[in-house]
Design a protein around this ligand. Sequence first.
Ligand SMILES: Nc1ncnc2c1ncn2[C@@H]1O[C@H](COP(=O)(O)OP(=O)(O)OP(=O)(O)O)[C@@H](O)[C@H]1O
Ligand SMILES: [Mg+2]
Length: 340
Amino acid sequence: MSRDSTKKVQPIGLDIGTSTVKAMTDHGRRVIFPSVYCKRLVKTTWDAREKQSEEVIFEGVGQEAIELAKHNDAIVIRPIIEGTIKHEVAVKLVQEAYRRLDVKNPASVVLVTGLPYDVSVKSINYLEQLLGESLGKPLQMAIYPQSFGTLIECGLESATIINIGHSTTGLLLVEDLTVLGGGTEPKATDYVVEQVRNNIIKDYGLIPSTETTRDLIISKEIKVGDAVITNKVDSIYDGHTVVTRKDIEPALTNAVDFLCEKIAFDITELHAQLPTMNLGCVKNIILGGGFSALQNPYSGEYLVRDSLEAKLKRPLTYPDDPLFSEASGYYKMATELAGT
Ligand SMILES: Nc1ncnc2c1ncn2[C@@H]1O[C@H](COP(=O)(O)OP(=O)(O)OP(=O)(O)O)[C@@H](O)[C@H]1O
Ligand SMILES: [Mg+2]
């Protein structure tokens, strides 16, 4: 066997989310960046002078795309909608993940990734084709229903897994590593953000962006390596009106309560369709996805976790890192597949 590092099998877990791409490879190396692509055709004298050129195309992915998007001639594409690939620039996101993970030889990659439970066969084939063609065929590739990675990460074989993502909440029922059912609930983080934003507009006459509203709700800086996921915002101000994190507490509590009530209802419905209640997937409920870690910044109380536990009337299981649990579980599965 060659000891050349480019020949070494490289397991990768890849979680392409609606708001962020998360990936993990050997030695716990992980990357995260926004699922955004942006390009602009620079024509103005000002940019051209700076770049010493008449017409230049600038393109960027992730944080760089967000910076480029500030120009009004920019084209912004968010290729993942509700967890599914809707535009081929998704390839650029995957290429960026490979670049950041320092993949030397795509042909030696064992790639595990996922798609929502209720996608079409066409979507699965499309993702497989996109990954294979754009990155060079990996040594092996496996696509699992989303949330399966979190189950593996938690070391369980049977559970109902809830994944509160950006625009959808994924639900998956697994018994002895066999998928029994699942679904996609169209309420998630952006539902709560929109409710709070509407309340700010109605009660205070301020019109914040959805990003600012989300930062005010979370009210702490979340950083993974160099990547800033959220900025610490504890009040917003338009020159004469101030809205603080404390001001939005009632609207936020209400919205979280509604979201959790809907999720709890969906789970009860899914469980009711099972032939028996005496199953591991009814007993064990795992809660993951970025928003499941939402805390009150002053008391430290977990808003979503506590509300769901109360509604489901049982203790839930939480992955150590709910944002990365999917990528991390996929990485473990890729390691198994690679036999490393
Ligand atoms: N510690 C935290 N507390 C509260 N919210 C958080 C935390 N970390 C991340 N989030 C938020 O959780 C939301 C969902 O993040 P996540 O990365 O799970 O979604 P996604 O995988 O991109 O979306 P989807 O699964 O719907 O495709 C994001 O808006 C993110 O800002
Ligand atoms: Mg996700």
